[in-house]
Write a protein that binds this ligand. Sequence first.
Ligand code: 0L1
Ligand code: MG
Length: 267
Amino acid sequence: MSMNVTLSREDVVRLCERVEGAQKRACAIPKLTDEYPGMTMGDGYAVQFELRRRFLEQGHRQVGWKAGLTSKAKMQQMGVSVPSIGFLTDRMARPENSAISTADLVHPRVECEVAFVMKKTLAGPGCTRADVLAATDYVLPAVEIIDSRFSGFKFDLESVVADNGSSARFVGGGRARYAEELDLRTLGVVMEKNGEIVTMGASAAVLGHPAEAIAMLVNILAELGEELPAGSFVMSGGITEAIAVKPGDSIIARFQELGSVSMRFVD
Ligand code: 0L1
Ligand code: MG
């Protein structure tokens, strides 16, 4: 993966303002590569890191990271072939069983993920699944509410990375468990929308093992000059494809061994 930054600082700031405006106003914009066809992954991360810098300056607190596009189902759904990462802040967290407003979102979708809470700092390159498991305090089930700011969810990886991996909200819940008590490859998950099963899968869909996605995230962070700090909350990526939600919908994600996570959507 190239982390080559080709955009000028002015262009990074311009694109960041465009993404930040779309996030705050919940309005869709065309993908950034329409105007900057030569954008690299490094440019995408430069925009994402500028967005994080601004959010932190505005008083948001970073609580962790997310790995995205880590399953074949998601890559096929979105037509991309490489995973990505994005940051998570306290403003994106929502309580379990809560009513989540869609008024401030463009076209939300939900996906079931295994989340990791780290007890040791991890640094790449060369971070492995075993390193991740040794540094994990516990795992818990989570639902990510993604919301691409690009019209019709039409984008490429560079644009998605600039848009912080489409991250919008997340809900952790269920039962926290020690990773060593579980086989994290074979956890089944079923998602119900309004009482009907809409999608299901097994955790091996995420790069063969969700801890692989965390290792990948740590190795991408290393390319960007960062570590994964102890205490981080890290989402390992959707196990199934993402399901669209609208006001009035209730979602329950039932995870084998980890309990369930519920929420409903309102105007
Ligand atoms: O969490 C993710 O898998 C990120 C997805 C980014 C692309 C999308 O908006 O579906
Ligand atoms: Mg996700």
